[in-house]
Design a binder for this molecule. Structure first.
Ligand SMILES: Cc1cc2nc3c(=O)[nH]c(=O)nc-3n(C[C@H](O)[C@H](O)[C@H](O)COP(=O)(O)O)c2cc1C
Length: 208
């Protein structure tokens, strides 16, 4: 059985990114692990380039173990989401910490796929991740875009606040109801796409 590793960049426990990733990983039919980045002890890259010859980071935290797991994995799934129109900070911090695998093309031709979440900007997230995969010379299978929920749905001012993402999405007179929340499991077409992506990863693995 091949090994697939997923990295969820969501800071929300059991949020939509995590649920979609589990669906994709499950559908691969392979042995898999989902790492929730917010649970890691992970400092930010200090740009020392001490990793150039060792393929490992000088910082003492959880990342070197993760680098080993990535090397061992046959395919990787990244889950990112939009914040302020771009890929969220936690996912970016993680990508920068993969720098030790950059210099010597350790990820070259490694299979990779992404799950991109957001209210409006999923496609930007998918594109940002894709450009990172290209920089690392990885082989991208596909990206899955999913919907998202704004914090403004539940802060109590979502229907009236001038900065409300809820109003930006549904209009100024809209009311917050259960239906306005994005529930991944109820988005049947996207669930099907997630299963399809898992199978595509598995097919790509069998061609390797
Ligand atoms: C601080 C913050 C900023 C956000 N900014 C954006 C944004 O600019 N564009 C967008 O599409 N979604 C934005 N979102 C919505 C998140 O992308 C959405 O909540 C995401 O799908 C959540 O996935 P999760 O449930 O796995 O955390 C923002 C959410 C937060 C908390």
């Amino acid at each position: 059985m091949a090994k697939v590793i997923g990295f969820s960049g969501s800071t929300v426990k059991s949020g939509v990114v995590e649920k979609a990733m589990i669906k994709v990983l499950d559908a691969t039919g392979q042995e898999y692990e989902l790492v929730r980045l917010h649970t890691l002890n992970m400092k930010h890259c200090i740009g020392c380039v001490g990793c150039a010859h060792t393929n490992r980071c000088v910082l003492k935290d959880d990342v070197n173990d993760i680098l080993g797991k990535i090397e061992q994995a046959d395919a990787i799934v990244f889950g990112g989401l939009a914040r302020f129109g771009q890929l969220n900070a936690l996912t970016k911090v993680f990508i920068e910490r993969l720098f030790p695998l950059f210099h010597n093309n350790i990820l070259k031709d490694k299979l990779v796929a992404s799950v991109a979440g957001g209210l409006f900007d999923q496609n930007s997230v998918a594109e940002e991740l894709s450009s990172v995969f290209q920089a690392y010379k990885m082989e991208e299978v596909e990206s899955l875009s999913i919907g998202g929920n704004a914090s403004c749905y539940k802060c109590g001012k979502g229907e009236t606040c001038e900065n409300s993402a809820f109003r930006a999405k549904y209009g100024h007179d809209a009311k917050i109801t259960d239906d306005t929340f994005y529930v991944f499991e109820k988005d049947e077409l996207t669930v099907e796409s997630a299963i399809r992506l898992g199978k595509q990863i598995s097919e790509a693995l069998s061609r390797k």
